[in-house]
Design a protein around this ligand. Structure first.
Ligand SMILES: Nc1ncnc2c1ncn2[C@@H]1O[C@H](COP(=O)(O)OP(=O)(O)OP(=O)(O)O)[C@@H](O)[C@H]1O
Length: 210
Protein backbone atom coordinates (compact mmCIF):
# COMPACT_ATOMS: atom_id res chain seq x y z
CA UNK A 1 0.00 0.00 0.00
CA UNK A 2 1.32 3.45 -0.84
CA UNK A 3 -1.44 5.78 0.31
CA UNK A 4 -4.42 5.34 2.58
CA UNK A 5 -6.93 8.16 3.08
CA UNK A 6 -9.53 8.12 5.84
CA UNK A 7 -12.44 10.55 6.24
CA UNK A 8 -10.84 13.33 4.24
CA UNK A 9 -12.60 16.68 3.99
CA UNK A 10 -11.01 19.50 2.04
CA UNK A 11 -12.58 22.95 1.46
CA UNK A 12 -15.91 21.51 0.38
CA UNK A 13 -14.05 20.14 -2.66
CA UNK A 14 -13.12 16.64 -1.51
CA UNK A 15 -15.17 14.27 0.62
CA UNK A 16 -13.38 10.93 0.66
CA UNK A 17 -14.33 8.35 3.27
CA UNK A 18 -11.85 5.63 2.32
CA UNK A 19 -9.32 5.45 -0.45
CA UNK A 20 -6.36 3.15 -0.93
CA UNK A 21 -3.75 3.54 -3.62
CA UNK A 22 -1.46 0.61 -4.32
CA UNK A 23 2.32 0.72 -4.58
CA UNK A 24 4.14 -0.18 -7.78
CA UNK A 25 1.09 0.41 -9.94
CA UNK A 26 -0.32 2.96 -12.35
CA UNK A 27 -3.47 4.56 -10.98
CA UNK A 28 -5.42 6.92 -13.20
CA UNK A 29 -7.48 9.68 -11.66
CA UNK A 30 -10.46 10.71 -13.73
CA UNK A 31 -13.61 12.80 -13.22
CA UNK A 32 -15.25 15.91 -14.56
CA UNK A 33 -13.51 19.28 -14.53
CA UNK A 34 -13.56 20.76 -11.03
CA UNK A 35 -14.10 17.38 -9.33
CA UNK A 36 -10.95 17.89 -7.25
CA UNK A 37 -8.36 15.75 -9.02
CA UNK A 38 -5.56 18.30 -8.76
CA UNK A 39 -6.60 19.06 -5.17
CA UNK A 40 -6.21 15.37 -4.32
CA UNK A 41 -2.72 15.18 -5.82
CA UNK A 42 -1.73 18.28 -3.86
CA UNK A 43 -2.83 16.61 -0.62
CA UNK A 44 -0.66 13.57 -1.37
CA UNK A 45 2.64 15.47 -1.23
CA UNK A 46 1.56 18.04 1.34
CA UNK A 47 1.36 21.01 -1.01
CA UNK A 48 -1.93 21.35 0.89
CA UNK A 49 -3.23 19.70 4.04
CA UNK A 50 -6.80 18.43 4.52
CA UNK A 51 -9.21 20.22 6.85
CA UNK A 52 -9.91 16.92 8.59
CA UNK A 53 -9.18 13.23 8.28
CA UNK A 54 -5.92 11.33 7.87
CA UNK A 55 -3.61 10.43 5.04
CA UNK A 56 -1.00 7.70 5.46
CA UNK A 57 2.02 7.12 3.24
CA UNK A 58 3.45 3.63 3.69
CA UNK A 59 1.38 3.45 6.88
CA UNK A 60 2.99 6.58 8.38
CA UNK A 61 0.75 9.63 8.95
CA UNK A 62 1.60 12.16 6.25
CA UNK A 63 1.78 15.05 8.71
CA UNK A 64 4.80 13.38 10.35
CA UNK A 65 6.83 13.83 7.16
CA UNK A 66 8.84 16.94 6.54
CA UNK A 67 7.11 18.38 3.42
CA UNK A 68 10.39 18.94 1.54
CA UNK A 69 11.62 15.41 2.23
CA UNK A 70 8.22 13.99 1.33
CA UNK A 71 8.31 15.78 -2.03
CA UNK A 72 11.64 14.11 -2.87
CA UNK A 73 9.85 10.77 -2.53
CA UNK A 74 6.42 11.84 -3.81
CA UNK A 75 7.04 14.23 -6.69
CA UNK A 76 4.43 16.21 -8.55
CA UNK A 77 4.54 17.20 -12.19
CA UNK A 78 2.07 20.04 -12.49
CA UNK A 79 -0.32 20.72 -15.35
CA UNK A 80 1.64 23.71 -16.62
CA UNK A 81 5.10 22.68 -17.74
CA UNK A 82 7.93 25.16 -17.43
CA UNK A 83 11.39 25.59 -18.87
CA UNK A 84 14.32 27.47 -17.44
CA UNK A 85 16.57 29.69 -19.56
CA UNK A 86 19.35 27.65 -21.17
CA UNK A 87 19.71 24.39 -23.03
CA UNK A 88 17.71 21.18 -22.84
CA UNK A 89 20.66 19.54 -21.06
CA UNK A 90 20.80 22.34 -18.48
CA UNK A 91 17.07 22.03 -17.91
CA UNK A 92 17.45 18.32 -17.17
CA UNK A 93 20.40 18.85 -14.82
CA UNK A 94 18.54 21.71 -13.06
CA UNK A 95 15.85 19.29 -11.87
CA UNK A 96 18.54 17.15 -10.25
CA UNK A 97 20.34 20.14 -8.73
CA UNK A 98 17.17 21.71 -7.33
CA UNK A 99 16.42 18.50 -5.47
CA UNK A 100 20.03 18.12 -4.27
CA UNK A 101 20.73 15.07 -6.40
CA UNK A 102 23.93 14.22 -8.27
CA UNK A 103 24.24 15.39 -11.87
CA UNK A 104 23.87 12.68 -14.51
CA UNK A 105 26.04 11.77 -17.50
CA UNK A 106 24.96 12.92 -20.94
CA UNK A 107 24.14 9.34 -21.93
CA UNK A 108 21.57 9.14 -19.12
CA UNK A 109 20.03 12.46 -20.13
CA UNK A 110 19.80 11.33 -23.76
CA UNK A 111 18.13 8.10 -22.71
CA UNK A 112 15.49 10.11 -20.82
CA UNK A 113 14.86 12.23 -23.94
CA UNK A 114 14.52 9.07 -26.00
CA UNK A 115 12.02 7.63 -23.49
CA UNK A 116 9.77 10.68 -23.86
CA UNK A 117 10.35 10.79 -27.63
CA UNK A 118 11.93 14.24 -27.62
CA UNK A 119 14.33 14.04 -30.53
CA UNK A 120 16.48 17.06 -29.79
CA UNK A 121 20.09 17.67 -28.90
CA UNK A 122 21.12 18.42 -25.30
CA UNK A 123 22.70 21.66 -26.53
CA UNK A 124 19.49 22.93 -28.16
CA UNK A 125 17.83 25.86 -26.40
CA UNK A 126 14.78 24.99 -24.32
CA UNK A 127 13.06 28.35 -24.76
CA UNK A 128 11.77 27.76 -28.29
CA UNK A 129 10.27 24.33 -27.68
CA UNK A 130 6.59 23.90 -28.49
CA UNK A 131 4.05 23.29 -25.72
CA UNK A 132 4.08 19.54 -26.34
CA UNK A 133 7.89 19.45 -26.42
CA UNK A 134 8.06 21.38 -23.14
CA UNK A 135 5.69 18.85 -21.63
CA UNK A 136 7.95 16.01 -22.73
CA UNK A 137 11.01 17.83 -21.36
CA UNK A 138 9.22 18.14 -18.01
CA UNK A 139 8.44 14.41 -18.10
CA UNK A 140 12.09 13.61 -18.81
CA UNK A 141 13.13 15.90 -15.94
CA UNK A 142 10.90 14.12 -13.43
CA UNK A 143 11.92 10.69 -14.77
CA UNK A 144 15.57 11.45 -13.96
CA UNK A 145 14.63 12.16 -10.35
CA UNK A 146 13.39 8.59 -9.85
CA UNK A 147 11.01 9.41 -7.00
CA UNK A 148 9.08 6.63 -5.27
CA UNK A 149 5.77 8.10 -6.41
CA UNK A 150 5.07 10.21 -9.52
CA UNK A 151 2.05 12.50 -9.25
CA UNK A 152 1.31 13.48 -12.85
CA UNK A 153 -1.29 16.15 -13.60
CA UNK A 154 -2.36 15.68 -17.22
CA UNK A 155 1.24 15.10 -18.34
CA UNK A 156 0.42 14.68 -22.03
CA UNK A 157 -2.54 17.04 -22.53
CA UNK A 158 -0.61 19.03 -25.16
CA UNK A 159 0.25 15.96 -27.26
CA UNK A 160 -1.67 14.34 -30.10
CA UNK A 161 -3.20 10.98 -29.24
CA UNK A 162 -0.65 8.84 -31.03
CA UNK A 163 2.35 10.61 -29.47
CA UNK A 164 0.63 10.60 -26.06
CA UNK A 165 0.26 6.82 -26.08
CA UNK A 166 3.80 6.25 -27.33
CA UNK A 167 5.36 8.61 -24.79
CA UNK A 168 3.37 7.37 -21.83
CA UNK A 169 3.81 3.68 -22.56
CA UNK A 170 7.60 4.15 -22.69
CA UNK A 171 7.63 6.40 -19.66
CA UNK A 172 5.56 3.96 -17.62
CA UNK A 173 7.70 1.00 -18.72
CA UNK A 174 10.72 2.83 -17.37
CA UNK A 175 9.00 3.65 -14.07
CA UNK A 176 7.81 0.06 -13.62
CA UNK A 177 11.36 -1.18 -14.13
CA UNK A 178 12.31 0.88 -11.05
CA UNK A 179 9.22 -0.34 -9.15
CA UNK A 180 7.86 3.20 -9.01
CA UNK A 181 4.25 4.18 -8.36
CA UNK A 182 2.31 6.49 -10.67
CA UNK A 183 -0.84 8.44 -9.88
CA UNK A 184 -1.90 10.25 -13.02
CA UNK A 185 -4.74 12.60 -13.89
CA UNK A 186 -5.89 12.16 -17.45
CA UNK A 187 -8.85 13.16 -19.57
CA UNK A 188 -7.90 10.59 -22.18
CA UNK A 189 -10.12 7.52 -21.88
CA UNK A 190 -7.84 5.68 -24.26
CA UNK A 191 -4.74 6.43 -22.18
CA UNK A 192 -6.52 5.30 -19.00
CA UNK A 193 -7.74 2.11 -20.67
CA UNK A 194 -4.32 1.20 -21.96
CA UNK A 195 -2.13 2.26 -19.03
CA UNK A 196 -4.14 2.15 -15.83
CA UNK A 197 -4.01 -0.81 -13.47
CA UNK A 198 -6.47 1.04 -11.21
CA UNK A 199 -8.84 3.90 -11.91
CA UNK A 200 -10.28 6.32 -9.38
CA UNK A 201 -13.18 8.47 -10.55
CA UNK A 202 -13.89 11.56 -8.48
CA UNK A 203 -17.32 13.11 -8.40
CA UNK A 204 -18.01 16.77 -7.66
CA UNK A 205 -18.31 17.50 -3.91
CA UNK A 206 -20.54 14.60 -3.04
CA UNK A 207 -20.29 12.37 -0.04
CA UNK A 208 -19.11 8.94 -1.07
CA UNK A 209 -16.60 6.16 -1.07
CA UNK A 210 -14.02 5.69 -3.77
N1 LIG B 1 -7.07 26.37 -2.72
C1 LIG B 1 -8.34 26.41 -3.15
N2 LIG B 1 -9.29 27.10 -2.46
C2 LIG B 1 -10.56 27.11 -2.87
N3 LIG B 1 -11.02 26.48 -3.95
C3 LIG B 1 -10.15 25.79 -4.66
C4 LIG B 1 -8.76 25.69 -4.30
N4 LIG B 1 -8.14 24.91 -5.20
C5 LIG B 1 -9.08 24.54 -6.09
N5 LIG B 1 -10.27 25.05 -5.77
C6 LIG B 1 -11.55 24.80 -6.47
O1 LIG B 1 -11.85 23.44 -6.24
C7 LIG B 1 -12.44 22.83 -7.38
C8 LIG B 1 -11.61 21.62 -7.78
O2 LIG B 1 -10.39 22.03 -8.36
P1 LIG B 1 -9.31 21.01 -8.93
O3 LIG B 1 -8.27 21.82 -9.66
O4 LIG B 1 -8.84 20.13 -7.85
O5 LIG B 1 -10.21 20.18 -9.96
P2 LIG B 1 -9.82 19.20 -11.14
O6 LIG B 1 -10.69 18.01 -11.00
O7 LIG B 1 -8.35 18.96 -11.13
O8 LIG B 1 -10.24 20.04 -12.40
P3 LIG B 1 -9.66 20.09 -13.92
O9 LIG B 1 -9.96 18.75 -14.54
O10 LIG B 1 -10.48 21.20 -14.54
O11 LIG B 1 -8.19 20.42 -13.85
C9 LIG B 1 -12.52 23.92 -8.44
O12 LIG B 1 -13.82 24.44 -8.43
C10 LIG B 1 -11.49 24.95 -7.97
O13 LIG B 1 -11.84 26.23 -8.39
Amino acid sequence: MTFRLEKIRYKGILHIDHLKISAGMVTCLTGESGAGKTSLLRLLNRMDDPDSGSIFYQEQPLDRFNPIELRRKVTMLSQTSFTLPGTIGENLQAGLEMTEREKKDEAVLLKALETVQLHKSLSDGAGNLSGGEKQRLSLARVLLLKPEVYLLDEPTAALDEETELKVMSRFLEEVKRDKGTVIMITHSKQLAEICAQNTITLKKAKEGEY
